[in-house]
Design a binder for this molecule. Sequence first.
Ligand code: ADP
Ligand code: ZN
Ligand code: ZN
Length: 743
Amino acid sequence: MKYADIIIDISHERLDKTFEYIVPTELENQVTEGVQVVIPFGQGNRAITGYVVGLHNKPGFDVTKLKPIARVLKDSIAIESQLISLAAFLKKNYGSTMNQALKTVIPIKKKENEKLKKEISLNISLEQAQIELTQILTKKNHAVGKERLLRELLEVDVLDWELATKKLQIPSSNIRDLESKGIVKVESVRTFRNPHINKDANQKHIVLNEEQEAAAETIKADIDTGRRKTYLIHGVTGSGKTEVYMDVMEHVISMGQQVIVLIPEIALTYQTVMRFYTRFGDKVSILNSRMSPGERFDQFERAKSGEISIMVGPRSALFTPFANLGLIIIDEEHEPSYKSEVIPRYHARETAVYRAKLAGATVILGSATPSLEAYSRTQTGEYQLITLHSRAMGQDMASCEIVDLRAELQSGNRSMLSRRLQELMADRLNKHQQIMLFLNRRGLMGFVSCRACGHVLKCPHCDVALHLHAGGKMKCHYCGYTTVAAKTCPSCGSKYIGSFKAGTQRLEEIVKELFPTARVLRMDADTTKGKDGHEEILSAFAAHEADVLIGTQMIVKGHDFANVTLVGIIAADISLNESDYHSGERTFQLLTQAVGRAGRGSEPGIAVIQTYQPDNYSVVASANQDYDSFYSQEYAYRRLLSYPPCSHILGIQISCDKQQDAIKQADIIADIIRQADSNIIIMGPEDAYIGKLKDVYRRVIYVKADEYDRLVNVKDTIEAFLLQQKQYRNTSTWFDFDPISTI
Ligand code: ADP
Ligand code: ZN
Ligand code: ZN
């Protein structure tokens, strides 16, 4: 006999409130997680519908009190069923409770006070607004936010406050200022509306080039003949993948179906968002991670009611409850942000493919530097590969030069800038062309250490370094612990204690010394702290308000700078030294994307890659813009060492505030794994990457197997064990399948 957990109201905050029913033998084959069923409910046995969210062989209650499921609702295409099946998929393949999985896919309606939406519109005529704009532009160092707001309001009648301040990154002070001058007015409205865009004024008509056309036609022809597949569009940077997506989207929407477009948060910029708005107008809605649960809920409601047919957003947009989903697009599919960092730690790519299967939809993945996972599936025929070989307007790819920093050092140049790069910079500055300098370095900068003995000052609650902050304070970025900056080293007493400057900051100083008249902008975690920082710096650079843009990986995404003819990569191998099997892939991706920033306009571009490892295959392949050669070498390496996609890894983290208990429990779990699968490869237990966080000790075990299902079995066995274990209930355990960073 089987028993089913049934959930009755999925908009309820407590999704774990389920009711148990008997599955009659004749229904056993039909009752699976996600199906909609009719059950007798309450005293009067009223027939109501519910969803099956769990199945088990043992009853959790007195069987004589349980009632049987009346029937299965056939052909129930309710979107809820699909989402619940999706939750079951997450639970099984990534490890979590059903409740956690349900909360991931179904937005919770919180009782929130209804918030009034604010809208901004012009308070003056269009002609007057044009004059105001001209006046603003004549001012040196004018507020970019004001300029943008006026430009926007010259195109659209009303602008949503949230959109203006969040997505378009216009500072609210700028809006209030224009309001106080009587130029714009801000009004509160009850309902949510998209910006109204004067489509004709805005739409630049793009005709797909031959390659783009062929790509779009292939996919559309399959859709028309009922073949729903997963495609990987491998298109060089600037090849116009987005135009291909939009062409297929239009086709799918004309068939009355809906589209989800996933974009990594970092690339969800003003430019990208506007491209979708101008093409599809009111049909589009945008999700972003800064929205409150209530706002997300509202967006999902609009999707369910058919008010919109395109949802653009980061990975969580994948769960948009479109009833008739026809297409899922994942742009920049290689981005690590598609893997969830909270439980269930799902990957949006695999989950999208599963959702598409349930919905009968097509999936398009796109990237200039596909992940090994996706590309290897095109080799086995699981996905179909579509290649865009050239840039949209036929521009040449940037030519690339590798500079060996070891040779540079030997010849006496100790600067961060090689002589070749300096020479090219001088030339570009002379020609009034723009330069981007890219320093791929993050994480450890700013931490406090002793220059005499190397001692690193750590947080007493976490196994991580403290960072120096303004006002003579040191702070832990994980738990917020703050203390007075040390004056002497607690280990050796030396007074040579301090923080490393961010590499980008040093670089900026060097550039300013060498080229005193060059206008330099810097973009890194420091300069983008304010929420408008990011977008403001990029727009200023796009408007040629600076000659040189220095930055971390943030600068390689999103914007198209036509005037950039030189890209300098200061230290290409920094990311190669990360202790993670992805480091070769990340390096190749970052370098290729960075090189791809050069020569987007009519002038050809040059990229200079400075490196200590000029022979490394990731460096050489990105310099040659040769994905195939990178792929075959990286794949061979993964094959040799049994890393994904050739094999699979399950990371298990065990944590406890008592160190001894964490250690013991991890040992017990390792034993359970050995008993469950005596031939499986187990690494650890050992301390986690961060061995202590907020006073909680963390141990990890890694398990490797060629077959994913074997790892799912391991996880199931551990879960079953944990459920009945009496000891060590103060510990907690979670799973990470094919982790993308060291846990
Ligand atoms: P990708 O996403 O592949 O990097 P985009 O879709 O962003 O490329 O296109 C790069 C630029 O080329 C954009 O400014 C886009 O408007 C332009 N573009 C793309 N396709 C065409 C085309 N067929 N004709 C004219 N311009 C195009
Ligand atoms: Zn010291
Ligand atoms: Zn801490």
